[in-house]
Design a protein around this ligand. Sequence first.
Ligand SMILES: NC(=O)c1ccc[n+]([C@@H]2O[C@H](COP(=O)([O-])OP(=O)(O)OC[C@H]3O[C@@H](n4cnc5c(N)ncnc54)[C@H](OP(=O)(O)O)[C@@H]3O)[C@@H](O)[C@H]2O)c1
Length: 314
Amino acid sequence: MQNNSGNLPKIALGAWAWGNDGTFGGKLTAEELRPVFDAAMEEGLNLWDTAYVYGMGASETVLGEFLSTVPREKYFISDKFTPQCADPSAENAVTEMYKISAGLLGTDYMDFYWIHNPVGAPEWVRKLIPLAKSGKIGKIGLSNHSLAELKEAAAILEKEGLRISAVQNHYSLLNRSSETSGILDYCKENGIIFFSYMVLEQGALTGKYDAQHPFPEGSDRGNTYNPMLPQLEKLNAGIKEIADSHGATVAQTAIAWAMAKGTLPIIGVTKPYQVQDAAAAARIELTEGEMEKMEKMADEAQLNVIRYWEKEMK
Ligand SMILES: NC(=O)c1ccc[n+]([C@@H]2O[C@H](COP(=O)([O-])OP(=O)(O)OC[C@H]3O[C@@H](n4cnc5c(N)ncnc54)[C@H](OP(=O)(O)O)[C@@H]3O)[C@@H](O)[C@H]2O)c1
């Protein structure tokens, strides 16, 4: 059964941290996450992004538990096939992973289903075709693919009467390579929704973390961003000036920037106030001058935030 409650929200919420896989540090319980989920549904933020790889089913399990209390037509699911988790003995590893994820989420329909990254591309796109034709996927998405890889996949799908409907890449003030590489333009020209992930650089572009309040020691994001805190503090102070003039927070302003670029941000949320911030961000209108200033400050920080699973988009 699919969501038929109307339009997609302008912001998706991400449940990677819900998988407790060591990336974020600390452990989140279902008890802590339930109010986050409830706040989101109250705000009309009902598009949930997850993946089996987020804690090997842990994120999907807790999300599925919450979703089971809501009618299926009231939410959208965005889930992914991760090549690195493919069962080598399966005849069609994409179909097999889909079945596992759908079972954990308690659904028989994914509004978005993604090839998580291009490892082994374009084979997985071919393997996705039977699922797409069976009507179990609303929109086909490709994540972390370069422009050339997207075009290759689009040509394969087109022969089957199918198309790429969504692209999901790292896109933030500090990583605009999907823009400079022409991927954003390609999406606009082809009616493809561009989902921007890590718009907040996992908390680094919020002002929440600084030298006095570093990211959790030993977590992947701590290892990545703690060495950058001096530059991040300066950048966040600059964003804060713009945020203040809108009566907004740094996080809201970074999200508003991504929306003004025509993208659909996926915001990772672990606390109810973060859901409320995301909803408020949709109401901020930045001027062109403010956008340019933020980008200039981000460039001046000279930070490379490309992560271990990514590449610079060319
Ligand atoms: N396709 C892919 O390869 C891929 C890769 C990465 C992410 N994603 C998707 O994109 C989603 C978002 O990425 P992400 O969660 O890694 O990073 P993110 O959205 O950039 O950052 C999320 C973190 O920022 C902090 N935060 C959120 N809202 C805040 C606010 N209003 N004020 C202060 N801090 C705030 C929280 O940190 P605390 O928890 O410390 O409070 C939260 O865990 C993921 O959950 C996942 O669904 C996809």
